[in-house]
Design a protein around this ligand. Structure first.
Ligand code: UDP
Ligand code: MN
Length: 302
């Protein structure tokens, strides 16, 4: 007999981190809205991969069960223990956190912010493509349409990310921009600038990542250090700081996804000295397909 579980390859792999959640915490409600909107609009089979700790996992299971009942739809669910993943990715975390963490050294809160950079080592090898989402997001469209973006990837693209919609990297690149007054790094998109990436939604070509010698060299200690020194870059936003630098050094490795697929709502930087230019960064004229209620911003109800 010849029984190969080929059906697995037809699933759309959706990843989400859900940790440190108490049963009454706001994160539970966010995760419920995320999961509900994901399943409600989905026209494809979803394998939902939840990275969690023991307590949060139990809460996730209840939320997901309720969502399946309420939507009348089903998805496969897999859980991964965040402590175990943190151990598996210790090398990447120890390289990244000195440069991209607000207070490096707090073992597992650090790991949380860098898991995406090693997802290709965690995801079982039958997963060729995957998407990862923050739990503070809400779909307005079918996740299938987002996966269509993989067809637009250039030959070398490993990741797909949407632009950061605040001037945070204008701020972080202050010194570099002073030394290089003509640079487009840190400028808004409307004049051909590069505002960096937001990592609330990440597309992965896992197959290419596993095979990429280039990527696995770039994430080593010396290369990351060299990149941060070149741009005088000291970040605090975890993986998205790294993606932003990678997009400057190796733009061919990251496909820029339409801003409508990560419509960030946080206005924190507008009130921190950037009121005059904030709108240049936050503007997104595309149809909104995925809301991101970042920095605890409420998501509109439509
Ligand atoms: N997260 C989590 N537990 C936490 C903090 C964060 O599971 O205690 C996950 C969750 O998926 C969340 C993501 O990490 O959406 C990023 O954090 P958050 O969305 O709050 O950051 P922001 O988008 O506001 O910068
Ligand atoms: Mn978020």
């Amino acid at each position: 007999t010849n029984i190969i579980p080929q059906n697995r390859t037809n699933y759309y792999n959706v990843w989400c981190i859900f940790t440190k959640v108490a049963s009454n915490s706001p994160m539970r409600r966010k995760f419920q809205i995320f999961t509900n909107s994901l399943l409600r609009f989905a026209s494809v089979d979803i394998a939902f991969h939840v990275i969690s700790d023991d307590d949060s996992r139990d809460i996730a299971a209840i939320v997901i069960q309720n969502v399946m009942v309420n939507t009348g739809k089903f998805m496969k669910v897999f859980y991964y223990n965040v402590h175990q993943l943190a151990e598996q990715l210790e090398d990447i975390v120890s390289v990244m956190s000195p440069h991209f963490s607000s207070k490096p050294g707090t073992y597992y809160s650090d790991a949380l912010f860098f898991i995406s950079l090693g997802l290709h080592r965690i995801a079982p090898s039958y997963q060729k493509l995957a998407a990862m989402f923050d739990a503070d997001m809400k779909f307005r469209r079918d996740v299938k349409d987002l996966f269509e973006e993989f067809n637009k990837f250039g030959k070398e693209a490993l990741f797909g990310l949407a632009p950061e919609l605040t001037p945070v990297y204008r701020h972080v690149l202050y010194l570099y921009r002073n030394k290089h007054p003509m640079t487009m790094f840190g400028e808004p998109r409307h004049k051909g600038g590069y505002p960096g990436f937001n990592s609330g939604m990440i597309l992965f070509n896992l197959e290419r990542l596993r095979e990429s010698r280039l990527y696995n060299e770039i994430v080593n200690k010396d290369n990351v250090k060299a990149m941060t020194e070149k741009y005088h870059f000291k970040g605090h936003l975890g993986d998205q700081d790294f993606y932003t630098l990678l997009g400057m050094e190796r733009p061919e490795l990251i496909h820029m996804v339409d801003c409508g697929w990560n419509r960030q709502l946080c206005t924190w930087w507008r009130d921190r000295g950037y009121a005059d230019i904030f709108a240049n960064y936050s503007e997104c004229h595309s149809e909104i397909k995925l809301w991101h209620g970042n920095c605890n911003t409420p998501i509109p109800n439509d």
